[in-house]
Design a protein around this ligand. Structure first.
Ligand SMILES: Nc1nc2c(ncn2[C@@H]2O[C@H](COP(=O)(O)OP(=O)(O)O)[C@@H](O)[C@H]2O)c(=O)[nH]1
Ligand SMILES: [Mg+2]
Length: 675
């Protein structure tokens, strides 16, 4: 292990779509820089980045993993992020604390769209980022086609830093466009410097000119040089690039194949040269450098034996073992290479460390010896879009389940819990089917609670379409004194959303006033279960006449009469089912707008309109009223329609009548469930 403290600690985050090769790239980086001796592969399920059992099982990253290493005398932490859009929360959080983001992309123009939400996030927050076009060892498409597809989804101009050298269909090396040196990839070794092939000269010159012209858009001096046709010095070009890059004005594009170490040293050198230092990033985030130490948490997790661990960036000062931050003493201070932890005494500004055995720290917290808070610019929690109703397989695990759920949400805030009292259901919300399944796996594997998940119930209601005047008489004569109550009520439909109201217009003492509340109580007792089996809403009941008996009448008797009037009257009022309707806003690239509208109509949605998505190039938003029952699994279809990038937001809007076969099915299912 060469993990001693070294100069200029910086942090790079590896992001990009699922399967683009980030975790393999990390493995290569750690191997090249000597942080690991043995090299893992996806196939063998032993890479540093995917150490969690749930990740190994599925061969996918499910949470951010930090790995510390040294490269040419500098200390680096790489944060390997999950690529799946369902685990985007961790990726967004990690980007916030990094000095630079490496966006790892597939070498296929068709896959460029998948990068667009991420590029948008990085651009919006002006996080300097490079693109690494990966897997060039197995690429069928031309780099320039991939580049223009990526440019179509990036606000910032992309500049190619390297052009590939081909031997037939195989890419065997590259030309660096600033140094104008050519290299040949060598398996397991540093690329070899070779003579620039003659046939490459023209292509190299054109690409270099494009790079310079793009940089000149941000630098008048360079522009002047280009206009005067003077060749800028290489050293100057490096400077121009670094400057425009720090301001997130250009996105350098590098190429390679992580799994074979191709282009990885070149990437590391670009990072070393161009990545801003911690002070620049701190300023970008508006974090003040004052006091003894300032630290920010980008992830918390529960490790099997060591308790809660906070992965945190030191923004300022030194953090020492045993120090108190936000009122809590650091149980331990560790440097991380995946799950492997090495104890350290102190960490300096720029480092990413693990704060061990801490309870109160939350993701996003900026911690100081005197306090801590989540700053305003921290990425918002992703809104919930998919839920499962869950219960512990074993009833005696209920208490354990609630503790485990708390930890699950603590680790990944894009999960959330809802207790649906009315439907007697505990809902686990998240970002999609896989996110939820992995959540359940974790509850079982990591927290030892076996949990079942099923489709949540929809909270249907019912109401009536016409009114009736209903008479009810309750009379019983058995031994001693009997029971008597006689009432007339007017049952009427109300407007949607008005709920329930009870009134009376008793005159001449037909019923003594003290019995009226008992009638109301009886009527209300009926409401949770109407003729169709659902809670009754939007109904008015008015008591307008009745009779009583001086000895036999009682509250009990009038309450019973109230309930009777309802159960006899309501079925005559043309009862109808009401279903909850949500206001849904779908966000999609505009090539999918028509498809999104079809999807909504197919789910009984009423389209309200569509518009360009504010601030997003080539994206639309479509608004619709959609029955809640249809929204439940809508994200699955939406993603498959939009190559994974479509999303939506929702909120409850109103209740709406449901009739016909769908309604019959709901009523029938309810009746069966009640038996
Ligand atoms: N051809 C090729 N395949 C790669 C390369 N890097 C990763 N892969 C494959 O891409 C898949 C996903 O790799 P992984 O590192 O888990 O991707 P991640 O989801 O971005 O972390 C695996 O099947 C890898 O073997 C590469 O450089 N070349
Ligand atoms: Mg991965």
């Amino acid at each position: 292990m060469s993990n001693g403290s070294a100069g200029r600690p910086r942090c790079a985050v590896l992001v990009g779509p699922y399967l683009s090769g980030k975790t393999s790239l990390l493995e290569s980086i750690l191997h090249i820089t000597g942080a690991t001796q043995r090299r893992g592969t996806v196939k063998d399920g032993n890479m540093v980045g995917d150490y969690a059992p749930e990740a190994r099982k599925r061969q996918m990253s499910i949470e951010v993993v930090a790995a510390n290493t040294n490269f040419l005398g500098d200390q680096w932490t790489f944060l390997d992020c999950p690529g799946s859009i369902e685990f985007a929360q961790d990726a967004y959080n990690a980007c916030m604390v990094a000095d630079v983001a490496v966006v790892v992309c597939e070498p296929e123009p068709d896959r460029a769209l998948a990068v667009s939400p991420l590029l948008r996030f990085l651009d919006e927050r002006r996080i300097p980022h490079m693109v690494f076009i990966n897997k060039l060892d197995a690429a069928d498409d031309r780099v320039r086609d991939v580049l223009s597809a990526l440019q179509a989804v990036s606000e910032r101009p992309l500049v190619l830093r390297q052009v590939p050298i081909r031997d037939g269909e195989t890419i065997t090396g590259y030309v660096d466009l600033i140094s104008e040196r050519a290299y040949r990839y060598q398996p397991g070794k540093e690329s070899a410097l070779v003579a620039l092939p003659d046939e490459m000269r023209e292509r190299e010159q054109t690409a270099r000119q494009e790079l310079l012209e793009t940089l000149a858009d941000f630098d008048d001096k360079l522009l002047e040089q280009l206009l005067e046709d003077t060749a800028p010095a290489k050293q100057d070009i490096y400077q121009y690039l670094a400057k425009t890059f720090h301001a997130d004005n250009v996105v350098p594009v590098l190429i390679g194949a992580g799994e074979r170490d191709h282009g990885v040293r070149r990437l590391l050198k670009a990072l070393r040269h161009d990545t801003p230092e911690v002070g620049v990033t701190r300023a970008r985030l508006g974090i003040e450098a004052k006091g003894e130490a300032v630290v920010q948490v980008c992830k918390t997790l529960y490790a099997q034996h060591t308790g809660k661990l906070a992965i945190a960036r030191v923004w300022h000062g030194d953090v020492k073992e045993g120090m108190t931050l936000k009122g809590e003493r650091l149980g331990s201070l560790v440097r991380l290479v995946g799950q492997q932890q090495t104890k350290i005494q102190m960490a300096h500004a720029g480092e990413v460390v693990g704060l061990g055995r801490v309870e109160g720290y939350k993701t996003g917290d900026v911690l100081t010896p005197t306090g801590g808070a989540v700053p305003k610019n921290w990425p918002p929690t992703l809104p919930p879009i998919y839920a499962l109703a869950i219960h512990a397989e074993n009833r005696s695990d209920e208490v354990k389940l609630s503790g485990a759920l708390q930890r699950l949400v603590d680790e990944d805030a894009s999960y959330s819990i809802e207790h649906n009292v009315e439907m007697h259901q505990l809902l686990l919300w998240g970002q999609g089917e896989q996110h939820l399944q992995i959540g359940l796996d974790r509850l079982r594997g990591k927290y030892n609670v076996a949990v079942q998940g099923e489709r949540p119930l929809t909270a249907y209601r019912e109401t009536i379409r016409k009114g009736v005047e209903q008479h009810a008489r309750f009379k019983r004569q058995s031994g001693g004194h009997g029971q008597f109550a006689d009432i007339h009520v007017d049952i009427k439909p109300l407007q949607r959303g008005e709920g329930f109201s009870f009134g009376e217009r008793i005159v001449g003492g037909a019923i003594p006033r003290n019995f009226i509340p008992a009638v109301e109580a009886g009527v209300r007792e009926y409401l949770p279960r109407g003729p169709l089996g659902f809670p009754v809403v939007d109904v008015a009941v008015e008591l307008f006449d009745g009779k009583f008996h001086a000895v036999d009448s009682s509250d009990m008797a009038f309450k019973t009469a109230g309930r009777m009037a309802m159960s006899e009257g309501m079925p005559l009022c043309n009862p109808v089912l009401l279903e909850p309707i949500l206001l849904v806003t779908i966000f999609v690239p505009n090539e999918f707008t028509a498809g999104a509208q079809r999807l909504l109509s197919g789910r009984r949605g009423q389209i309200l309109g569509y518009d360009a998505r504010a601030g997003w190039n080539d994206w639309d938003q479509v608004q619709a009223h959609v029955p809640q029952a249809e929204v439940n699994d809508m994200i699955i279809e939406l993603r498959s329609l939009t190559r994974g990038v479509g999303t939506f937001e929702w909120k409850f809007d109103h209740l709406q009548e449901l009739t016909g076969r769908l309604a019959d099915d709901v009523v029938k299912a309810r009746a069966e469930a009640a038996q």
